[in-house]
Write a protein that binds this ligand. Structure first.
Ligand code: AMP
Length: 282
């Protein structure tokens, strides 16, 4: 396994894989890896000749006062885990080489980024779309793998790939959860034991929404209110948003008529967690 810090070196090596007829599977991450990341890598490994992973905590997707500086990092541990799943190449650039002095070009996906996390984190998806565009241009993967855990991100990236004619396939894989249901996230490491227990309300409220739909409820607002009630009953939780939306446009819905995205973002102290499920009609 090779670890490369220089964009030009990664570009050269990936180009040589491609011209040698090897398919490239790519998993972009911000590191502090867990089973969610590893599940993407295992699938990418199985489906591609070459597995490329990037580890880059991307400053442009963090707003002022967000947790860029305190985001958990463990490069040595990450490299061991990537080696174990059979990674071929790990790209770990510095902020300085990704955004050198004078950098002033950004990629913006509109509409889909006005809602949910985009509404509460202005500029977040502009940072995501920009860094993903840079990584796609450097690595030119045949397939890029993302988790459903960041559902809105996956929709934004699919749109970006279609709109800007990237010649690659976006693969979105299911959310990996702890045995008690909490979605795995690098940020879980920052929860206190009490917050960790309280955070179980997220998946519980998502499952409740699914149960209510199964029982025949179709009023989205009524279901959202019940979810909010459950989360608000947890003293350590502060809701950012709870929404039922169209899974393609991400627009909030009043009435459930087909497959629906239930999504939420909730803070526990300074740690903001997101989760979602897709609810199909029985
Ligand atoms: P991150 O390091 O948080 O930027 O995540 C890198 C990739 O891993 C993204 O595509 C995430 O959606 C995905 N991911 C993060 N957590 C999970 C999880 N619990 N299950 C599946 N994929 C995940």
């Amino acid at each position: 396994m090779q670890t490369i810090l220089e964009p030009s070196a990664v570009q050269r090596l990936c180009e040589s894989f491609r011209s040698g007829g090897k398919t490239i599977g790519f998993v972009p991450t911000m590191g502090f890896l867990h089973e969610g990341h590893l599940s993407l890598m295992r699938t990418a490994r199985a489906e591609s000749a070459v597995l490329v992973v990037s580890i880059f905590v991307n400053p442009t997707q963090f707003g002022q006062g967000e947790d860029f500086d305190s985001y958990p990092r463990d490069l040595r541990g990450d490299l061991i885990q990537i080696e174990r799943v059979g990674g071929d190449l790990v790209f770990t650039p510095s902020v300085g080489v990704m955004y050198p002095e004078g950098f002033c070009s950004f990629v913006e996906v509109t509409e889909l980024t006005d809602v949910l996390c985009g509404a509460s984190r202005p500029g977040h998806f502009r940072g995501v779309a920009t860094v993903v565009t840079k990584l796609f241009n450097l690595i030119r993967p045949h397939r890029a793998y993302f988790g459903q855990k960041d559902y809105q991100q996956s929709v934004v990236i699919r749109r970006l790939v279609a709109d800007l004619n990237f010649d690659l396939k976006v693969v979105v894989l299911p959310t990996i959860r702890e045995p008690d249901g909490l979605a795995m996230s690098s940020r879980n490491a920052r929860l206190t034991p009490e917050q960790r227990r309280a955070a179980l309300v997220l998946y519980r409220s998502l499952r409740h929404s699914e149960e209510r739909v199964r029982e025949g409820e179709r009023n989205a607002k009524a279901i959202c209110d019940e979810m909010r009630g459950m989360i608000e009953a947890e003293p350590l939780a502060r809701i950012d948003y709870v929404a039922l939306c169209d899974p393609e446009t991400l627009k909030p819905i009043d009435w459930i008529e087909g497959c629906t995205l239930a999504a939420l973002a909730v803070r526990f102290g300074s740690t903001r967690l997101i989760d979602n499920i897709l609810i199909s009609l029985p």
